[in-house]
Design a protein around this ligand. Structure first.
Ligand SMILES: C[S@@+](CC[C@H](N)C(=O)[O-])C[C@H]1O[C@@H](n2cnc3c(N)ncnc32)[C@H](O)[C@@H]1O
Length: 281
């Protein structure tokens, strides 16, 4: 894991977006079994494969990694940066894994994107809304929000990790993040970003941080107070908090209490989404 070749290949590759082929072990097995209607972009589209894979060293596609081929080189879509960041296929779509931890809630959902759809629906994001997505990841929630906010709305999303930004640039399912419709604030903490945002700037806020034990400051009163300040009156917040925290702490209950102390009115604790809907009433 994380050999210099992997690292430099993934980092170099992150700057090139077009004309790549993506492979997994399952795809190679299907190809070897004679199937030719295949997806070479991780399930976004299906291609009739003719000679596209002729030069690919298919025997090197192993395990549950996603691989990319640029016509010359094959490499794992993974970056080692104080931890292993990689794409991994789950239920037919890529998810982000950091040191083996999934950054998406998929267990109770048929489709990887369902979580984001339900969050955006629960927030009632509508045409013209100004939306802040504090923690971009692969941008699935930001993209879903952008579809609803439309051309007259605006979605801003913030991502701290350069390795995650590289994964998103590689991921065919994150393409809409970089086509100009969404403002991506990269390599910056949302903790700092919110301090500089204007009072009442956002109609909807999606806060989907890493778990409490990994990013405690994003569950703090200081942060919740800033989110309250930059949200407009009547605006709504969704805050992923996870299920029972470490040492059986009731993270949902504790976060709800802190949100209310900072002015938010908690309207729903959603067990399936493992998060809290709140309003600035
Ligand atoms: C649970 S994932 C978000 C998944 C995202 N909703 C999606 O649809 O793909 C959390 C993300 O927050 C990022 N992150 C962690 N700390 C952050 C911070 N202080 N500011 C912004 N992003 C942060 C992590 O690198 C990770 O990509």
């Amino acid at each position: 894991m994380g050999t210099p070749r992997e690292k430099s290949a993934a980092q170099r590759g992150a700057t090139k977006k077009k004309g790549k082929i993506y492979l997994t072990r399952e795809l190679v097995e299907e190809y070897k079994a004679g199937k030719r209607e295949l997806s070479l972009d991780l399930g976004r589209s299906v291609t009739k494969v003719t000679n596209e894979l002729d030069a690919v060293p298919l025997e090197e596609v192993k395990g549950d990694f996603v691989y990319a081929w640029d016509g010359k080189e094959l490499w794992k879509v993974a970056v080692f940066d104080n931890g292993l960041y990689r794409l991994r296929m789950m239920k037919g779509k890529p998810i982000l894994e950091i040191d083996g931890l999934r950054m998406h809630l998929i267990k109770d959902f048929d489709d990887v994107l369902d979580y984001s759809k339900l969050v955006v629906r629960g927030l009632g994001v509508k045409e013209g809304d100004s939306v802040l997505d504090t923690c971009m990841g692969l941008g699935y929630t930001a993209i879903e929000a952008s579809k609803k906010a439309g051309k007259t709305g605006k979605v801003v999303t913030v991502e701290l990790s350069p390795a995650v930004i590289a994964m998103a640039k590689w991921n065919p399912w994150s393409r809409e993040l970089f086509d100009g419709g969404i403002e991506v604030i990269g390599e910056r903490s949302c903790y700092d970003y919110v301090r500089e945002a204007k009072d009442g700037q956002f109609d909807r806020i999606i806060h989907d941080p890493p778990r409490f034990s990994k990013a405690g400051e994003l569950y703090s009163r200081t942060f919740y107070t800033e989110l309250f300040r930059i949200c407009g009156k009547g605006g709504k917040l969704f805050h992923y908090v996870g299920s029972l925290g470490e040492k059986r702490r009731d993270v949902m209950g504790e976060a709800s209490k802190r949100l209310e102390e900072c002015g938010w009115k908690v309207v729903k604790k959603n067990k399936r989404l493992q998060g809290i809907f709140a309003v600035k009433s």
